[in-house]
Write a protein of this length. Structure first.
Length: 296
């Protein structure tokens, strides 16, 4: 199977490596508007070759869009205009409703499958790619009824070849839930980083006093604004709602501190500790899937 990947950064490069390693793809073609990224992808062995978009589309069985979500919305309709009848197109964007809406009613909408592999790091570019990025993570496929069955099953097989656990949901529900469990954490990290830089003018103080807790909490602030800005714009309403709830909780916690309500603070933190149980359950399931894959 010939797979073309549009966008050769962390996500696209990692997909390329894994699909080659797993044998899912017989040939991986890279497409990138950044010539340096394209050259680096060849040097690092992420892809077998790079081509301009029209040539890549003409020979591909599967086309994967791994670019920022605003670029996906702009490019996807023209990609669907140009593909061969048997070609499947998948996007890997972190928002789904707007992207699906951009091709609603398109004659080749049936060839498209909306996907979101929930995986990533704070790093970007071809050099950041690695083949185990998706291992044990969740991959979401949306709006199955809008895709032809052959394309949907190919997209599912692709995520499974990435060693992901595949779940299905509609695109609107995806955007609602992802605002709370992904987008909000990135905003928190960006704003925390900004706050510390504004208050602590002495970089040496940050360097000397920042512990592992601060580093892990602010890690996501190193993520690419060019990627996350369009995500926040496309999922504006749900992100605004999640931020509103978060700000209310922050204000309530501030009031507890200001008024010396130690017992209320303890109750709040103990309630928050419940997230450990949820995360432990997620990790346990991931380990079980890894063991099962090794047996298979």
């Amino acid at each position: 199977m010939i797979v073309s990947i549009i966008g050769l950064g962390l996500i696209g490069g990692s997909v390329a490596l894994k699909l080659k390693k797993s044998g899912f793809a017989s040939q991986v073609i890279g497409v990138d508007v950044n010539d340096e990224h394209a050259e680096k992808a060849i040097q690092l062995g992420l892809v077998d070759d790079t081509l301009v978009l029209p040539k890549a589309l003409a020979i591909s069985d599967l086309v994967i869009l791994a670019i920022p979500v605003d670029s996906i919305r702009k490019l996807l309709p023209s990609v669907l205009d140009r593909i061969e009848e048997g070609t499947t197109v998948i996007d890997l964007g972190s928002t789904k409703a707007g992207i699906c809406g951009a091709v609603l009613g398109h004659p080749n909408r049936k060839n498209f499958v909306a996907a979101h592999p929930i995986a990533g790091t704070e790093n970007s570019g071809p050099e950041a790619a690695f083949d185990s990025l998706f291992d044990g993570k969740t991959g979401i496929l949306c709006d199955r009824e809008e895709s032809q069955e052959s394309s949907f099953l190919l997209a599912k097989a692709c995520l499974e070849a990435l060693d992901m656990h595949v779940v299905e949901m509609d695109s609107k529900s995806h955007d609602l839930h992802i605002a709370y469990v992904s987008h909000l954490s990135h905003i928190s990290s960006f704003v925390l980083g900004q706050t510390v830089l504004e208050i602590e003018k002495d970089e040496a103080t940050i360097f000397n006093m920042a512990g592992s807790g601060f580093e892990s909490t602010v890690r996501l602030a190193k993520s690419s604004p060019k990627m996350w800005g369009p995500i926040f714009k496309q999922n504006q309403k749900h992100i605004s709602d999640s931020l509103g709830a978060y700000i209310e909780n922050l204000q309530a916690f501030k009031s507890m501190i200001d008024e010396g309500q130690e017992e209320a603070m303890m109750d709040c933190m103990e309630n928050a500790n419940e997230i450990r149980r949820v995360l432990d359950g997620i990790n346990d399931k991931s380990k079980e899937r890894e063991k099962l894959n090794q047996i298979i």
